[in-house]
Design a protein around this ligand. Sequence first.
Ligand code: DX5
Ligand code: ZN
Length: 226
Amino acid sequence: MEEVPNNNILIAPSILSADFTRLGEHIREAEAAGCDLIHIDVMDGRFVPNITMGPVVVEAVRRVTALPLDVHLMIVEPERHLSAFAAAGADRISVHIEASPNLHRALQTIRELGCGVGVAINPHTPASALSEIMPLLDVILVMTVNPGFGGQTFLPETLPKIRQLRAMAAASGRAMDIEVDGGINVETAAAVVEAGANVLIAGSAVFTSRYSVQEGVYALRQSPGN
Ligand code: DX5
Ligand code: ZN
């Protein structure tokens, strides 16, 4: 398959869909395929119904790749665990706006820990909820499914919000990544990029038994240009 590089778009494979018996191998394949970040989904069985991984896994992933680690905390009281994830090797950390009553402080703490500062926003939360914290952000992670599981169907009603957040980011004058997470594949990538996303998080479209990691990444990279 021929690669058509699209340098403006970053690809962040979510290891949630990887084969955990060969996680290191899968991450090396993703790195060799030209991925830009490794996305790690942390779930606590409270903020979302599912339980996944914690700092121990982040620390293990840190040892097998030089790529930045993009840690997505789907947990209640995220402020209690920020330093553990930073110490484990997270490069950027996103906390959910819906999970943190003292969000401003949580974001300041992420900054003090030396990590990129991110906020994640669920499908039901309006873009305007982020207006007061825009000056603190490096990353906005827009959930394009309801968080909790890989392999769900993209929600097209999130597209206007991506557009709105891109406009808010531009107005803030800050360089900001807009990540999209959930149901991103060759069919949906073009629409989210057109709306203003520049980081494609993809789990089941990259780690699958249907094709190789390299084929999955190349297909995603080509799709926004189609
Ligand atoms: C869902 C997670 C996602 C998930 C994406 O709550 O935040 O990162 O792994 O999986 P796909 O790409 O399969 O929808
Ligand atoms: Zn995620």
